[in-house]
Design a protein around this ligand. Structure first.
Ligand SMILES: Cc1ncc(COP(=O)(O)O)c(C=O)c1O
Length: 506
């Protein structure tokens, strides 16, 4: 049987489920103060059909319009840091008042010159994913980066040509892997999927994952897996799987969309070959903002070639300096800064992840990321993880205490805290989702749904509180009771989703 976090298990039900308890947990947690760094949308803001905020005057249509919403959707789109607007305004002012000089000049009180903005955020980025600063860069977007990385790391041979992904991979990863296979004129059967052994649970044990990898090892070129699975919230053992793959001669890459900014990672020490992530979920960089890329130090080297050989690597043709480096799809922004503007068509890759850049990055995106990273800099990933473990354990304990007997749902995220991040995925009994979702949305709860029956609830440790969880459970349990009784059927007839499933997919 599933058991919640031990310390919450030991607390008497009446105390655990009281509002006072949640408030006290918030008061005792030093990191609760970080919530003030974020704009928390109100219930009125969500109902407001006009762009922008609900006006805070007597035109308010409902009594609770001024109340903060209960936002548990940071696994889809993180909330906006308050400082983002200020940073973006500085970017806009620089662009407006300095034009092209904004690229090169370090203005007093401004942000770094756009030309160097990629370097300026490396150190903070590296801390979030456990890398050396040279191993990371913010560039392009997640799927584009997966393609760029596969262009470099997926080099099928007649002996090894398969890519292993999970059967329930995020569609973009599936399409990317399959199209890479097609790009090399290989048969789609080169795509191997790891599926859960049981149809009733999405859980993939490490033993199961390793055994599938071992089975296909002699013919496998690449394993591409998510750090945290988007649907189930399962946090895979990145270190163990990476080690296993590499012991079998397989390159391994990680999609960290749901892991970056959510759980501590040690990409360098875990010897991960490559990874990519987006910055709009737990990273709070804004919708569709520029993504992140990691290439391990040992793959990012740029070395002087010995006179007679540049085996398996690119040489800088026509250059008196013959260089060896990992093959890649290149662009001018990956080329050495000191010679980039000489326009001499000599590609001299920057050592490390930066050498994988193609275009000059959107300074607007980088500015937004900078604001978000400055919020992360107020704490660290280990402290954030400790808070996250408590928040998610509290959510779990409250979900398991359903006052009306057996809950009409079950949690499909692993019970072991080591195997999950912030998110809990709740599988409702068949036929309840629409009514439950409608009821909670009407009351300012923002979670996302996975048809046919799953709600994903993600208390983000930077801004969600224990009190948010208490408020969520109160509304959610009432929604479940009504849905079970069919009392919500009438309301569901007029269902207008605040976060349509199509939108809440990312
Ligand atoms: C696990 C995972 N992979 C890939 C993607 C696609 O990201 P993008 O649209 O930024 O390429 C997402 C989007 O949410 C995702 O969750």
């Amino acid at each position: 049987m599933r058991k919640p976090h031990k310390s919450y298990l030991e607390i008497a039900e009446t105390e655990l489920c009281s509002e006072e308890f949640a408030k006290k947990e918030d008061e005792q947690d030093e990191l609760s103060k970080l919530r003030t760094e974020f704009v928390i949308l109100t219930k009125g803001d969500i109902r407001n059909k006009k762009y922008g905020f609900q006006e805070k005057d007597n035109t308010m249509s409902r009594e609770d319009d001024g109340e903060e919403s209960i936002y548990f959707c940071g696994n889809s789109l993180g909330l906006q840091p308050r400082r983002t607007k200020e940073y973006v305004n500085r970017y806009l002012d620089t662009w407006a008042s300095k034009g092209v000089f904004g690229h090169f000049t370090d203005y007093e009180g401004g942000l770094p010159p756009w030309l160097h903005i990629d370097d300026a955020i490396k150190e903070q980025t590296a801390k979030i994913v456990g890398a050396l600063p040279t191993e990371v860069v913010m560039m392009e977007t997640l799927t584009a980066n997966l393609h760029l990385l596969m262009a470099s790391f997926y080099r099928p041979t007649k002996d090894r040509w398969k890519i292993i992904i999970e059967g329930k991979a995020f569609p973009s990863d599936h399409y990317a892997a399959l199209s890479q296979i097609a790009h090399h004129n290989l048969d789609p059967s080169a795509l191997i999927t790891i599926d859960p052994p049981s149809a009733s649970s999405p859980y993939l044990s490490s033993e199961h994952i390793l055994s599938i990898i071992s089975h296909h090892a002699p013919t496998t070129a690449l394993v591409l897996l998510p750090g945290i699975q988007f649907y189930s919230g399962q946090f895979f053992d990145v270190e163990l799987i990476t080690r296993h793959c590499q012991s079998l001669g397989i390159t391994v890459g990680w999609d960290l969309a749901h892991a970056a900014g959510n759980v501590p990672l040690k990409l360098h020490n875990w010897n991960v070959d490559f990874a990519a992530w987006c910055n709009y979920k737990y990273m709070n960089g804004g919708p569709g903002v520029i993504g992140g890329l990691f290439v391990h130090e040992r793959h990012g080297k740029v070395e002087q070639a010995s006179a007679n050989h540049v085996d398996g690597a690119n040489g800088a043709a026509g250059n008196d300096r013959q260089l060896t480096y990992r093959p890649r799809l290149s662009g001018w922004w990956g080329s050495d800064k000191s010679s980039r503007f000489r326009m001499d068509n000599q590609f001299v890759p920057i050592a490390g992840a930066s050498g994988f850049q193609l275009s000059n990055p959107s300074a607007l995106d980088m500015t937004s990321i900078m604001a978000s990273l400055d919020v992360f800099a107020l704490t660290n990933m280990d402290a954030l993880r400790q808070r996250s473990l408590r928040l998610t354990a509290y959510l779990e304990a409250r979900l398991l205490k359903y006052a009306d007997g057996k809950p009409p749902y079950k949690i499909i995220t692993p019970a072991n805290p080591v195997e999950r991040g912030a998110q809990l995925s709740v599988l409702l009994n068949p036929g309840l989702l629409d009514q439950v979702q409608h009821y909670i949305e009407e009351r300012g709860v923002v979670v996302d749904e996975r048809k046919p029956d799953v709600l994903r609830v993600a208390p983000a440790p930077l801004y969600n509180s224990f009190h948010d969880i208490h408020r969520f459970i109160t509304v959610f349990h009432e929604a479940c009771r009504r849905a079970v009784k069919g009392a919500g059927a009438e309301e569901a007839g007029t269902h207008s989703s605040a976060v349509p499933a199509e939108i809440a997919t990312v």
